[in-house]
Design a protein around this ligand. Structure first.
Ligand SMILES: Cc1cc2nc3c(=O)[nH]c(=O)nc-3n(C[C@H](O)[C@H](O)[C@H](O)COP(=O)(O)OP(=O)(O)OC[C@H]3O[C@@H](n4cnc5c(N)ncnc54)[C@H](O)[C@@H]3O)c2cc1C
Length: 166
């Protein structure tokens, strides 16, 4: 798969071969404990991948009637990036976020819902790549400069110094 396309490859390591059953598209609804607080089971439900009314992919919908309980004594949580942490600075500022929980600011202006507060990188676009963080940092710096000074000499995608010297 050419970068940055996500490689849809099912990897099977020696650990898997030793004896593991892998199940996908399942949500854990509940951790069931005994009266001493030990984990005893998981309440699971199957999920199906669905498109929203706005046509955007990425919504899991529970499969009706698929709820079940499986015995479990040890659970590992492997969690991905969801959105920036709200508690603290973002909550204190009452800053507006988008439908994915990232700080709302357009790629054109990098200006948030709070005057004089700008956002770029993962906080604005969601979990991404270092190249995007660098690019957004530079573009955002130019927008801040323009905001403060009325104009900017800083390089940006539309204002490359290389173009001037050619
Ligand atoms: C495990 C992992 C692996 C990754 N691997 C890759 C990879 O191989 N290649 C790739 O391109 N990208 C990778 N990424 C993504 C990449 O690291 C991010 O896209 C990039 O670092 C985002 O840069 P950023 O400047 O937007 O945010 P960050 O790098 O998250 O920087 C934000 C900074 O703000 C600081 N901060 C937060 N709150 C406050 C506050 N209230 N006051 C002051 N400072 C604050 C944080 O401490 C942090 O230093 C990976 C990310 C993770 C988590």
């Amino acid at each position: 798969m050419p970068w940055p396309t996500y490689p849809m490859v099912l990897k099977t390591s020696t650990s898997h071969e030793e004896g593991a059953d892998r199940h996908w598209a399942i949500a854990t609804k509940e951790f069931i404990g005994d009266d001493k607080g030990n984990l005893k089971g998981l309440k699971l439900v199957d999920l199906t991948w669905s498109f929203g009314e706005d046509g955007r992919p990425g919504r899991f919908v529970e499969v009706a009637g698929s709820e079940r309980t499986v015995p479990c004594e040890l659970a590992f949580l492997a969690m991905g990036f969801l959105h920036p942490q709200f508690k603290g600075m973002l909550e204190d500022l009452s800053i507006e976020t988008d439908e994915r929980g990232n700080v709302k600011a357009t790629e054109k202006a990098y200006q948030t819902s709070i005057p004089k507060v700008f956002a770029a990188g993962d906080m604005r676009r969601g979990q991404s790549l270092v190249v995007w963080a660098i690019s957004e940092g530079r573009e955002c710096a130019r927008k801040v400069d323009e905001f403060l000074m009325g104009a900017s000499q800083l390089e940006s995608k539309d204002n490359s110094l290389m173009h001037l010297s050619m």
